[in-house]
Design a protein around this ligand. Structure first.
Ligand code: SAH
Length: 398
């Protein structure tokens, strides 16, 4: 470790304790260099990669911030993150990755708890009320949502609490109570009620407005997300006549951006809340050539491939675990001309690429995007095309 790295380590007192980042001690240029190299090597058997897309201002990019609440040994209220794989709460005062306003709000809430006699939840005994605070910030709109995750449904003097919180942070546009009464490491529970504002925020991406509810997936780094989606659209190169499938569509972001340049878009997503948001988003943006289905993507593909319908371009953006054989098998049956694969985990990406390239697809283009600076995470977009045409033209040339 050189001097520079040692100095950088000291930037954060909980570096290596909290687990939120791994590369705070590495200069950003070096991080990008390493990630680009890693990605290039992973895709080597398939295609040359384009220039890795880094972030211009790589700090404070997380627009979704989650803090767990508890007490230290002396009984002081603390908030922060659980050390990876443990139940040890590491106090976080300030984080270089998290939106600064969100961190401010979390600090304010910590300061308000005592006067409102709100106890923090104790994981061991099950006593206490406040488990987590989740803050989501709309990058383009400035709207802010605060989700208070409680162990039971009643927040004492909730109106005064919201008033006191908004007095410090008038930018907060909505406050939601989420109830998580289970012994679980999941942050959010199933039940929630709105205590202030509409219960969601909105953000703008690639010219479209998106509704974000507490539980629906929305990328945490909006600046890089725009670059990611722009690449995905460039790779899809839609001409206006295509039938497009947006698989693992979340709140419908990719599909809605594609809809402008396609004949018809079908979105499929497992999460009910996300699908509700997606439907509302389509209405809000007056996109009428899109339909959403709430279903397991593989299950949907099976029905779709059996129905005899055709699809020209498939966008797929699965979770870290990647896609599954059911989905990929149907994809091979349907053989869309193009697949644009957006991935947040290069390992499962190459696994799935192997499956597809063994069965008639060719990887044409790929690029890595740094969605998570200072962490080891790599996001990527890859474009595959069905091999038929190439084989055919080769045949005819002979
Ligand atoms: N394309 C969206 C969301 C990508 S995240 C965006 O860019 O915002 C991956 C999404 O896959 C999540 O919304 C998750 O709920 C969904 N998902 C996970 N497993 C799924 C499955 N088996 N079938 C359909 N969707 C699934």
């Amino acid at each position: 470790m050189d001097k520079e790295e040692k100095k950088r380590e000291k930037l954060c007192p909980v570096f290596k304790k909290c687990g939120g980042c791994q590369l705070l001690n590495v200069s950003y240029d070096k991080q990008i260099g390493k990630k680009a190299e890693q990605f290039k090597n992973l895709l080597k058997p398939y295609c040359k990669t384009e220039k890795f897309i880094g972030m211009e201002a790589p700090f404070y990019y997380r627009h979704k911030v989650n803090a767990a609440f508890g007490r230290d040994r002396r009984g002081n209220i603390i908030s922060g993150t659980y050390k990876e794989g443990t139940h040890i709460l590491v106090p976080v005062e300030k984080c270089f990755l998290e939106n600064e306003k969100a961190d401010d709000i979390i600090r304010t809430i910590r300061g308000l708890l005592r006067s409102f006699k709100i106890k923090t939840y104790d994981e061991d005994t099950g006593y206490g009320l406040l488990r987590h605070v989740l803050v989501r910030v709309g990058h383009a709109t400035g709207q802010i949502m605060v989700v208070l995750v409680l162990a039971s449904p009643i927040l004492p003097s909730k109106n005064n609490f919201v008033k006191a919180l908004r007095k410090e942070h008038p930018e907060i546009t909505t406050v939601v109570v989420n109830v998580n009464d289970k012994k679980t490491s999941m942050v959010l529970g199933d039940k929630e009620h709105v205590v202030y504002g509409p219960g969601y925020i909105e953000d703008v991406l690639c010219g479209m407005t998106f509704k974000i509810s507490p539980r629906s997936f929305y990328q945490v780094n909006p600046v890089q997300t725009e670059k990611l989606y722009t690449k995905a659209m460039e790779y899809a190169d839609l001409k206006g006549k295509e039938v497009v499938l947006d698989a693992y569509c979340g709140t419908g972001t990719i599909g809605m951006i594609a809809a402008e340049k396609a004949r018809k878009v079908i979105g499929v997503e497992l999460n009910k809340d996300a699908v509700k948001d997606a439907v509302a988003n389509a209405k809000r943006n007056q996109v009428s050539n899109i339909q959403f289905y709430q279903k397991d993507a593989g299950e949907f593909m099976l029905q779709f491939s059996e129905s005899g319908d055709q699809v020209d371009v498939v966008f797929m953006d699965p979770p870290r675990s990647g896609s599954d054989e059911k989905f990929l098998g149907c994809l091979i049956k349907l053989m869309p001309k193009k697949i644009v694969y957006v991935s947040c985990n290069p390992e499962t990406l190459v696994r799935d690429l192997k499956y597809l390239t063994d069965r008639g697809y060719q990887v044409k283009k790929g690029v890595g995007v740094d969605m998570f600076p200072f962490t080891t995470g790599i996001e990527a977009v890859v474009m595959l095309s069905a091999g038929h045409e190439k084989k055919k033209s080769g045949y005819y040339k002979k």
